[in-house]
Ligand binder design. Sequence first.
Ligand code: ADP
Length: 611
Amino acid sequence: MLATTGARHYLFGAALFLLAALAPVRAYAVDDAGAVRIGVLAFLGAEAAINEWSPVVRRLQAAMPGRKVSLVQLDHRGLHDASAAGEIDFVITNPGHYVELEAVLGASRILTLDPGPARTPERAIGSAVIVKAGSGDLRTLTDLRGRRVAVVAREGFGGFQLVWRELAALGIDPERDFAGLKVVGLPMNRVFDAVARGEADAGIVRSCLLESREEWRSAFRVLGARSEPDFPCASSTRLYPDWPLATLRHTPAALAKEVAIALLAMSEAEDGMAWAVPADYQAVHEMFRELQIGPYAYLREPTLMTLAERYWRWVVALAVLLAAWILYTVRVEHQVHTRTAELRTALAVREALEARIRANQEQADHLSRLSVLGELSGTLAHELNQPLAAIGNYAQSLVRRVDNGRLTNDAVREAAGEIAGQAERAAGILARIGGFAKKRAAVRERVAPVTIVREAIALFRGMLANAPEVRLTDETRPGTTVEIDPLQVQQVLLNLLKNACDATRGLAPERQRLLVHITRGGDGNVHMAVRDFGTGLDATSRDRLFEPFFTTKPDGLGLGLSICRTIAEAHRGRLTAEAPVDGTGCEFVLSLPSCAPATTPDARPDDAADR
Ligand code: ADP
């Protein structure tokens, strides 16, 4: 049961497919057997067209008695649509329209109308620009500038395009240069009417149309008539081939052959019209190409060149903007480069300057230490004299004992031991001074403030033969440290002690003692104060104390305190001079940042440094 239904469906589908496939073939078969339909362009109106082409129908009907020959009158659009829809088998139209149908629908000419004796099918059609017979101010085609012109249609071949080609050759653009283009439509008689009524100054019609009626011949004349020897009418344009009869893609070849044979047999004498073998329509192609219309309308499509011509102002503006933008970018880039180079140079100069300053600072430190040494050198010589004198004494006593013959082993051991001890003492003095005088780069170490102060006092006392009493008190908590360059801070302390010593020289012994006091200040810094009971500072000295080269001493350099302040600041600390509360002498305070947490001050006299 199921199989039967499936088979029935299959058969039904196949039948439908066959019907669909055969349908067009059957339609043509019917047409071939029956009707022959000829589409004609009715440029003078339907009635005129029937009259004009009736000999063709008659002749074909006689030649093909079994068929029904009919004429279909249409305008341009109608003819195109009927050809495309397969509603007509042949087309008789003007050469321009034919060339378009050839390009678009594949129409193919099989015959060209023979214009009769004294004319050839190739040179049969022209256009005439008609003006009123009395309009004397219009002489040539150029005079049409600024005039109103009547035409059948813009797409009319003899009715507009042929004249347009001649005008274009004269540099006249109808759309631009005419005062107006009056489109009157078919039939062409309307052009005469428009000019006669004064609605237009001139009109465009097919050549020989004017000559066809007596009333037109007398009322109008042709503008810019050319001399065409083998042409009987007045023409304002070049001449083109006569109307063709063309087949369409769907026209059966056998039918085309039958029609061609029948029509070629027509004669002017017998039928009032004759047909010739197809003419060359190249001249029509040239016209379309020049005007860039019809099949050559694509030439009007904008190319890069035409776009550039049309929009050149925009193109130039854009190019100028682009150039300005490029210039701006290049300039900014250049400026950035220049500024970067300048900054690099400035940075390099600054780094070089800083390096020089560092080197100078180190040099100045070194010089300062040497100057302290220089100032202490007198006493240093005295200090070294003692061990040297002792060494000399022991050596001489040994020589004497040898001379007296009283040299014992014990005496030699004792003298040699003393000599070695004194030499060691001298070496110790020199080692301390050597370490102090050495030139080296700055370092940072964490040390207890009291340690550094003790070392400075030891160095100070080691350098002087009769060093004054130095009393040290330390009130910081154990574990308090400062991060310093020990040698530089020692240098500061040594300078302060030396200055204090200088200020008390020659005073009563009780005024020669010095106090060094270490505390933790309210600002969290460790304060190391060096107090003397000397002459104190007068007003000028207080103001200029830290100025480089300020000194009140005959052999002074005036660099000590200025270098000391620089060292203090390099440690993020301060060096200040204060007048003591009791008014005697002077107190210098070196304040340095502490590394230990803040603690309660714990007064603890340190007697270790006490002499
Ligand atoms: P110098 O010791 O070579 O003169 P300094 O810079 O160390 O250079 O000192 C500058 C001056 O400051 C001294 O010449 C002195 O007048 C004054 N001065 C420094 N310390 C004291 C002090 N403790 N008491 C009085 N005057 C001082």
